[in-house]
Write a protein that binds this ligand. Structure first.
Ligand SMILES: Nc1ncnc2c1ncn2[C@@H]1O[C@H](COP(=O)(O)OP(=O)(O)OP(=O)(O)O)[C@@H](O)[C@H]1O
Ligand SMILES: [Mg+2]
Length: 249
């Protein structure tokens, strides 16, 4: 059973304290990371994926007990990351882009072809595999990135707002796909859209102004609603509705 531990993580950008003493242990299931704009979701994900260093003395991220900064390549091989920003190469075809990602992950060429074919099938892009990404719609680009995050059968998948810009049909597709992927994996999906995660996440982690606010299953969390129906949306409004979450603390 793999575990991912965030140990008292802190991250400053200049004076902005974006993540504050954030501790949490993830085990194998689907997590929804919920928080408004500026809450620190992407910062946390970049620290988890070792794309960003915490502050000096700002805690650490541990994969099965070992600091990820030490594990390096061994850790990256087990990691699938779908970043929030669409950094895609417009002139590459979907196939070539995924081939490029496979090479970065050191997946042998023969295996890569099999995996790319399967990933494209799962995100329903097989028929445009040889088309240039530059001509894709926003939703298609998102799905190429999701396919990329699936390569190499990673044990930890981090998706930063995977459903941003998708139409309802595609949102459902992504939800189903995530559920299929979930076996034996830690999957962390960030969003500020409650409905995207409430049915698939086993546990919801709520973040506000860089701090862990609360966490639990949906039935557990909705008991915290003080006014109105016990829904996750009402809890979201209770915690994030009243103030600008993007303020320094
Ligand atoms: N490179 C940076 N330089 C300075 N400030 C930054 C930088 N990246 C993030 N921040 C600030 O840190 C805070 C957390 O940002 P972060 O991007 O982690 O939030 P988020 O929860 O992912 O937001 P969103 O939902 O908008 O993606 C915000 O106040 C943001 O303005
Ligand atoms: Mg973000």
């Amino acid at each position: 059973m793999n575990t991912l531990e965030l140990v008292k993580l802190n991250k400053h950008y200049g004076k902005k304290h974006a993540l504050i003493d954030f501790s949490f242990t993830f085990t194998e299931c689907v997590y929804g990371l919920l928080g408004p704009n500026g809450a620190g979701k992407s910062t946390m994900m970049h620290l988890i994926t070792d794309n960003l260093d915490p502050d000096a003395d700002g805690g650490c991220v541990r994969w099965n007990g070992e600091p990820v900064a030490k594990l390096g390549k061994e850790y990256r091989k087990q990691l699938g990351f779908m970043p929030q920003q669409q950094e895609l190469y417009a002139n590459m075809t979907a196939w070539d882009f995924l081939g490029y990602l496979s090479a970065l992950k050191c997946i042998p060429k023969k295996d890569a072809a099999v995996q790319i074919r399967s990933a494209l099938e799962q995100v329903e892009l097989s028929d445009v595999a040889d088309k240039k990404i530059g001509g894709f719609s926003g939703g298609m680009k998102q799905r190429v990135l999701i396919a990329g995050a699936m390569l190499g059968d990673p044990k930890l998948i981090i998706m930063d707002e995977p459903t941003a810009g998708l139409d309802p049909k595609q949102r459902v597709m992504i939800r189903r796909l995530t559920q299929q992927l979930a076996q034996d994996k830690i999957i962390i999906i960030s969003t500020h859209i409650v409905s995207d995660i409430e049915s698939i996440a086993k546990e919801i982690v709520m973040i506000k102004a860089g701090k862990l606010l609360t966490h639990g299953t949906v039935p557990e969390l909705v008991q915290q609603v003080k006014d109105g129906a016990q829904t996750l949306e009402n809890l979201y409004m209770q915690y994030y509705g009243g103030s600008d979450a993007d303020v320094s603390v």
